[in-house]
Write a protein that binds this ligand. Structure first.
Ligand code: MRU
Length: 342
């Protein structure tokens, strides 16, 4: 199932807000439509929103009516500024936008720049697939036969541009190698990416999965039912701090307490070696995601709620980080740079 695709000035996005019950694609003809899809989470997951931002810029380039290079560059920069404002936490979005904007520094006619932008956006999507496969190959070496694996949120093909995903790539490759795996998927309130998307994706891949509500994880750990945790990431700092879906930090603490390995799987594009811990922007989403389930209000009217979409897990809780270049172990301050520059 293709999460997102681009062809001849049209972007198709699988609408993840209605999965698993409906499989429907949204057609976008301009970057504003792509930006809206990212904001309302028709498409979500760090690598996937990076690919979407790239395709948004490809649409801006393809449909431009500008006739001179300077005007064209201004138009692309303005589209990039709009796309940057969609979601603040996953660094892949900003990484993909920067990669496309770099093309504007190259010499070339308007037509050449236009073609280069579209080519680069397609390349970002294509690379994502190979990268995730490599993450899966490295990560599968950590997985033994009959493992029970806990995952949080959705770090599968739906969160990337196809087939493997990041955390789920490790599970899928281990299963392809013939290992018997069973997955516990945290439901992941409030947007339920675990219950809706991870469960759906694993079922499609014939990998046994059991959904638990987030507050059941402690009990399941205490019963000795988990052999390791694997999650994805939205931004990994040079210190090894891992920003990921809200609730990841709690799972990491549970893993540490029960002496269970806690693995993070992410591509190089998820590493942010420049930003400090205190400067990471944690997206605060609409309160309605907490006060309501679907259209049903579960809280008293006007009760205060908060809705941070991500949290940050400190490096001392992270056993290893699985990347396409290999597995990174502590001390992260030293080892992240070595692998990222490989
Ligand atoms: O809010 P979302 O659904 O975009 O958050 C997604 C996550 O937190 C994923 O775990 C993360 O992006 C890794 S995806 C390969």
């Amino acid at each position: 199932m293709k999460t997102i695709s681009y062809s001849d000035g049209i972007v198709k996005i699988l609408d993840q807000t209605i999965l698993p019950h409906k499989i429907q694609y949204i057609t976008c003809q301009n970057y504003e439509e792509v930006a809206k899809c990212i904001e309302v989470m028709n498409i979500r997951g760090a690598p996937a929103i990076g690919v979407a931002a790239g395709f948004g810029l490809a649409l801006a380039a393809y449909h431009t009516t500008k006739e001179n290079v300077d005007e064209f560059k201004k138009e692309i920069i303005s589209a990039a500024n709009r796309l940057r404002k969609t979601r603040p936490t996953a660094v892949n979005l900003f990484w993909a936008i920067e990669r496309i904007l770099n093309i504007l520094n190259q010499p070339g006619t308007l037509r050449e720049l236009k073609e280069k932008i579209i080519k680069e956006a397609l390349l970002i999507a294509k690379e994502d697939y190979k990268i995730n496969q490599a993450i899966g190959q490295h990560g599968a070496t950590l997985i033994k036969n009959n493992f029970n694996i806990l995952t949080h949120c959705n770090a599968g093909e739906l969160a990337t541009s196809g087939e493997y995903g990041t955390a789920l790539a490790v599970i899928k490759v281990a299963a392809e190698q013939g290992k018997k795996i069973h997955v516990f998927a945290d439901e992941t309130r409030p947007r339920l990416q675990g219950a809706r998307l991870t469960a759906f994706e694993l079922q499609q891949n014939n990998i046994p999965v059991t959904v638990i509500t987030d507050n059941m994880a402690g009990w399941v750990f205490s019963q000795g039912k988990i052999d390791c945790v694997i999650v994805g990431a939205d931004r990994i700092l040079k210190t090894g701090h891992v920003t990921n879906k809200i609730g990841t930090y709690s799972v990491a603490i549970l893993a540490k307490y029960h002496d269970i390995p806690f693995y993070v799987a992410a591509p190089k594009s998820t590493f942010d070696l420049k930003t400090n811990y205190k400067d990471v922007v944690i997206e605060e989403r609409d309160k309605r995601e907490v006060t309501h389930i679907g259209n049903f209000q579960i809280t008293p009217t006007n009760v205060p709620v908060i809705n941070p979409a991500f949290d940050i897990t400190p490096p001392e809780l992270v056993t290893a980080i699985i990347t396409e270049k290999g597995i990174i172990y502590p001390p992260y301050e030293e080892n992240i740079i070595k692998i990222i520059n490989k």
